[in-house]
Write a protein that binds this ligand. Structure first.
Ligand SMILES: Nc1ncnc2c1ncn2[C@@H]1O[C@H](COP(=O)(O)OP(=O)(O)OP(=O)(O)O)[C@@H](O)[C@H]1O
Length: 267
């Protein structure tokens, strides 16, 4: 699968919040969208997911090319079709796992339910698959843990459950919007490692949204830098870290270094 965003503009209440943005995510790529708060990162991710707020209007093109060559224009597509694509082709992980999880349901059921509904697995098959997925995301003691409710899990474990739900139906694209921002630093590193591993083993492409260049450098190989909704710089993460051209990128690098990060790990 590949994703080609061309000339994407998003307006809310007459204000342009994403401005003629173009980028391409190649098959199996790990692509980062970075920028300061309010630069339009989340709205760009939501546009790809077909989840823009009602007040927003979007123009341009978001073309998903699925394996086999079929091209699907996501922009302007009706909600039902987008919901179908979200389930099967695109998985999503957000900052706060609580919002992705139903507090009243055991986590195993939440992981397995889409598989029962869409892939018509029996309850037993879905339970079994939920355990496999829990293992894939390195949840401890899956059989026991899946019987628990979200509030009985730690924040890191909840995010692992949300990731298991995102990958349950083997999407070819995973979109993660600040998935580690709400977590402690040590847990953050573990979750980044998990993304790294999952993308490698599943072959899915990744769009990773963050304000943190240190985090980005752990998972992404290519990046677009946003400022006020527009791309100000793009290219391989290693180049951007080595020689940032735009003042916004230089600022993001300075902010990352201020947390004692050194860009040694960048490929
Ligand atoms: N539902 C909304 N109604 C009105 N304005 C919105 C809405 N959602 C976002 N915006 C505005 O659009 C701009 C871009 O928002 P967006 O959430 O994409 O930024 P961001 O880069 O993800 O920032 P953050 O890291 O703070 O989430 C911001 O100025 C924001 O205030």
């Amino acid at each position: 699968m590949s994703l080609t965003v061309t000339d994407l503009s998003i307006k809310i209440g007459g204000r342009t919040v994403v401005d003629h943005l173009s980028f391409r995510v190649a098959d199996g790529a790990r692509f980062g969208i970075i920028g300061e708060s309010g630069s339009g990162k989340s709205l760009t991710a939501l546009a790809v997911l077909g989840l823009l707020p009602d007040a927003a209007t979007a123009t341009g093109s978001i073309l998903l090319t699925i394996d086999g060559g079929e091209e699907i224009e996501l922009l302007g597509r009706d909600d039902r079709e987008l919901a179908h694509i979200r389930g099967s082709e695109i998985g999503m992980v957000f900052q706060e796992p609580r919002t992705a999880l139903n507090p009243l349901r055991r986590v195993g059921r939440q992981i397995g339910e889409p598989l029962r509904i869409h892939d018509r697995l029996s309850k037993r098959e879905a339970d079994q698959r939920a355990i496999e997925l829990a293992r894939d995301v390195l949840l401890p003691e899956p059989e026991r843990l899946l019987k628990r409710y979200p509030h009985e899990l730690s924040g890191g474990q909840r995010q692992r459950v949300a990731i298991a739900m995102a990958i349950a139906r083997s999407p070819s694209l995973i979109i993660a919007d600040e998935p580690t921002t709400a977590l402690d630093v040590t847990i953050q590193a573990e979750i980044l490692e998990l993304f790294d591993e999952l993308v490698t083993t599943t072959g899915a492409s990744l769009i990773f949204v963050t304000h943190d260049l240190a985090v980005l450098a752990e998972v992404a190989t290519d990046v677009v830098v946003l400022s006020h909704g527009a791309a100000v710089e793009s290219g391989p993460v290693a180049d951007i870290v080595r020689a940032p051209q735009h003042p916004v990128t230089q600022g993001l690098l300075a902010a990352a270094r201020a947390t004692s990060w050194t860009p040694g790990g960048v490929a």
